[in-house]
Each structure stands twice: as C-alpha cells, then as structure tokens.
Design a protein around this ligand. Structure first.
Ligand code: FAD
Ligand code: FES
Length: 275
C-alpha cells in the first residue's frame, strides 16, 4: 500500500454478516489497485492494517483475503467498541481510511517444506485465513496443512464457505464448538482436544496460532508432545494499539512492541507476556 503514516481512502464494496457480532468488509482503492511487493504480495499474511475514520480513530485488523489479490483486501471486524461499532454501522459504497500493511507477518520462508498446523479460536481466524490462502497458492512448497478452529457456538464459526475451497485444495480442517446446537455434528470441546486428530512430521512441523492468551498457552502444552518446540510455534498477538508504528507505546509486551516487533512472535519470545 502507501506511506505507513498516511491513511488512504478506500471504498467498501461488499459487506457480509459472518456471525451475530462479526462482519466481513471488502475494501477497494478509490484510484486503482493495491501495490504489490517484489514477491507479488499486497501484504504478508499475519501483517495488519489500521482501519478507521477521521473523528472516530483507527483499529488494527488482520486482512483475511489472498495476499496476491490486488483489486481488494478483505477484513472481518468483531463489534467491540468505538471504531468497530462505527464500521458495523456502514453500508456498501461508504468510504473509510486504511493505513498499512504494518508489522512483520508469519515467517513464510522458514515455514516452507514443513507441515503446518494453524490453530485459532473465535475472531482470531483472519491472519490464519490469509496464511492458508498463501499456502494454497504455493501448495508445492508446504507439507500437510491443518486448520484447527474453535468457537463458542456454531453461529460464531467464521469463513465456513472459504473453508470448503481450502478443503478442495487438500487443507485438513477440523472444527470444534463449546456449546453445540441440535444441527451440530462435529466435535465438542476446546481447540486443544483437536490436536490428537492430526499427524505431523515431528522434526519438520511448525504451528501458527492466533487467539486468546489462555488458548495459546494450552495449545503449546499439547503441541510440544508432537515434537513442535517453542521456537517453531508462531503466535499472532493482539494488543490495544494507537499509532501502529512504534511511536505511542500503547502496544508494549515486555520489552517488545507488538506493532513493530510483531504482531507475530516466536512462542519462546512471549511466553510470559501472552495477555
Ligand atoms: C494485530 C491485530 C490484529 C487484529 N485483528 C483483528 C481482526 O482481524 N478482527 C477483529 O475483529 N479484531 C482484530 N483485532 C482486535 C481489534 O483491533 C479490536 O477489537 C479493536 O481495535 C477494538 O476497537 P474499538 O474502537 O472498536 O473498541 P474500543 O472502544 O477501543 O474498545 C472496546 C473493547 O475492546 C477491547 N480492545 C480494544 N482493542 C483491543 C485489542 N487490540 N485486542 C483486544 N481487545 C481490544 C477494549 O479493551 C475494550 O474492552 C486485532 C488486534 C490486533 C492488535
Ligand atoms: S501501537 Fe503505538 S507503539 Fe505500538
């Protein structure tokens, strides 16, 4: 995209209700396409953008569309407070501001040639979705790909349609629910319970996670027996942010800035600062 300090205007060209509290927004530039880097990527999976409006502020959100797509980027926002409630009040055709991409993203080159376990819960799916889109485009570079995804209720599982496309590409998707309804036929329980259903090359596997601190801590304990050490676990962290570029100190975790040094960290870097 552009100058990281300068918000650009984008138009909302599609809004989709993904759950009772989460909406997906497709954003297009007013004047052409998004800029790609030398690898053909508009952003690196795991990076975030600051989305907002003058007078309301900005929120960090993870793009979930394919990073190769330059006509639009898609984000999903849970209605939490000022900025995200404002986003939920908008309609197709409205304009908002976008800044970024910011942060580091997942270590794509390190992950090549390995089995990849992506584990997430609730509204943590966007950065994982962009990563899966990237891996599906580059299938020959990765081993087995698993998505382990949990939500409180079936209504809160996001991106179900997209997951059908990923399954056709060979991605193994396992979903779980805390509180099933009468139509739910899948597993019931926590994401950690799903780990027993996967098989990875223990010397050649990595895990990526995005979700609440307690989920990340619990997952690490069940991934370790599979041979996935802390150095091969990559966690996308959420922190309250303001500037997104290392100037305001709102996002610090220990000595690190989530906006600059992250949001993706090795598990061993953040073990004591997960929440
Ligand atoms: C790198 C990154 C990526 C993110 N990606 C997504 C995403 O793809 N989709 C999505 O829905 N949300 C995502 N979030 C969380 C999102 O940024 C916050 O929910 C949002 O900024 C809240 O802004 P608000 O003005 O609506 O709420 P506020 O009025 O600021 O706050 C409302 C409530 O939300 C809490 N809150 C505010 N910011 C955060 C935060 N960063 N993390 C956790 N709780 C927060 C506040 O403590 C308060 O309880 C991401 C956060 C980060 C740091
Ligand atoms: S958000 Fe301002 S320093 Fe990270």
């Amino acid at each position: 995209m552009n100058n990281i300090y300068e918000p650009q205007l984008v138009k909302i060209t599609k809004i989709e209700e993904q759950s009772p509290t989460v909406k997906l927004f497709r954003l297009e530039k007013i004047d052409g396409k998004f800029k790609k880097d030398e690898d053909g990527l508009v952003f690196r999976p795991g990076q975030f953008v600051m989305v907002g409006q003058i007078g309301y502020g900005e929120s960090p959100l993870g793009p979930l569309s394919s990073p190769y797509e330059d006509k639009y980027i898609e984000i999903a926002a849970r209605k939490a407070g000022t900025v995200t409630s404002y986003l939920h009040s908008l309609k197709e055709g409205d304009e908002i501001t976008l800044r970024g991409p910011l942060g580091n993203g997942f270590p794509l080159e390190f992950m090549e040639g390995k089995d990849v376990v992506c584990a997430t819960g609730g509204c943590g799916i966007p950065p994982i979705a962009a990563l899966v889109e990237y891996m599906v485009e580059n299938k020959e570079k990765f081993g087995r790909i698993y998505v382990l995804y949990g939500a409180k209720t079936p209504d809160e599982l996001l991106m179900r349609e997209k997951m059908k496309d990923w399954e056709k590409e060979g991605v193994k998707i396992i979903l779980t629910i805390d509180k099933p309804n009468k139509n739910w036929k899948g597993p019931v329980g926590f994401v950690t319970d799903l780990v027993k259903e996967i098989e990875v090359d223990e010397v050649n596997a990595v895990a990526t996670m995005c979700g609440p601190g307690p989920m990340v801590g619990a997952l690490e304990k069940v991934l370790r027996p599979l041979g996935i050490s802390d150095r091969r676990i990559f966690v996308s962290m959420e922190r309250k942010m303001q500037c997104g570029v290392g100037k305001c100190q709102h996002c610090t975790t220990g000595k690190k800035y989530v906006c600059l040094d992250g949001p993706v960290f090795n598990y061993d870097e953040i073990e004591n600062n997960k929440d």
